[in-house]
Design a protein around this ligand. Sequence first.
Ligand SMILES: Cc1cc2nc3c(=O)[nH]c(=O)nc-3n(C[C@H](O)[C@H](O)[C@H](O)COP(=O)(O)OP(=O)(O)OC[C@H]3O[C@@H](n4cnc5c(N)ncnc54)[C@H](O)[C@@H]3O)c2cc1C
Length: 346
Amino acid sequence: MNRAKVNQNINLNDYNDIWVIGEQREGKIHPVTIELIGEAKKLASEINKKVIAVVAGHEIDEEVNKLLHYGVDKVLYISSPLLKTFSTDGYSISIANLILERKPEIVLVGATSIGRDIGPRIAAKVGTGLVADCTKLEIDSTDGKILQTRPAFGGNLMATIICPINRPQMATVRPGVMQKAAHIDNPSGTVEVITPSLTEGDIIAKVVEIIKSCKKRVNLTDAKIIVSGGRGVKGPEGFELIRAFAEKLGGEVGSSRACVDAGWIDSMHQIGQTGTTVRPGIYFACGISGAIQHLAGMSESKYIVAINSDPTAPIFKVCDFGIVGDLKEVIPAMIEEIEKNNSFEV
Ligand SMILES: Cc1cc2nc3c(=O)[nH]c(=O)nc-3n(C[C@H](O)[C@H](O)[C@H](O)COP(=O)(O)OP(=O)(O)OC[C@H]3O[C@@H](n4cnc5c(N)ncnc54)[C@H](O)[C@@H]3O)c2cc1C
């Protein structure tokens, strides 16, 4: 068995560099990787560290090279036929072993389904902690340690967590939370190919078949316009109006958790603390009260437009434009206006 050992009696001074665990699916780099590189570069500039991306996979050299164009100092490409298809064991063992060998000081992982699967396992294998779903990362100017902030107690307060005695300091960050690294034309970083000492026996759960979901996926993270419906739409049929409005604007449909819990719309539309984090150019909150857990996922939108029949609804405290009224009257009037002008641009 190729199991990494828990790291004890560590010397904090042995640890260097900021690592981003890059994620690829079917050979394509996931956008959260670029967001984490952007954040890692910001942190690295304050503590004078190198930014290193780590990618596990096989025959994805071209895609791996692309990461250099986001300004990383190095890409560690863990390449093996055993890593061609994602497996919890294969990926977590090979990345954990590399961490034990190279000793990064900070490791950032995307809080995607894959990142949430391997992140805690890697942390356990290397004997450190992990702060999940961070919304803010900062350097403590007194000691250079990383301050990891995330919602706690159902989002009612923000907790800042440190990792004082173990290394690396590990955090997951959800897609859409951090700003992407800028693309550069002439990168100076290098790719180092690593051959992991992995055997088939290390991978206990085998992938037998991959069956893709037949559902049409919504791309909330990259959407420029989002029209979201809340409990104020009054039922699943209320989303027909939300969909019609989104279609007219060329946007995506979002939702509050209340509607997802009620079974009015699929969970892939949920925005907020336990849904997707978004930062569109314009966010329409229709019949959404503005609970803190919903705001956690959309307050970074450039413009927020709230439509709500209750003038005291908390959403009006955070919106840029507020319309007090029944969404069943307001939205059709807005659709009519757009049709008259024949355009809508952000
Ligand atoms: C741990 C935890 C995690 C959570 N995560 C999330 C999350 O990720 N995302 C999320 O959204 N929530 C989340 N929640 C739930 C959150 O606390 C709220 O319950 C939820 O956001 C409320 O949804 P809502 O605004 O649609 O409903 P409500 O709060 O019921 O608001 C409905 C609004 O519609 C308005 N309205 C009613 N009729 C009309 C009409 N005809 N026209 C216009 N307006 C109308 C009302 O005035 C009201 O403001 C979480 C809660 C917890 C405890």
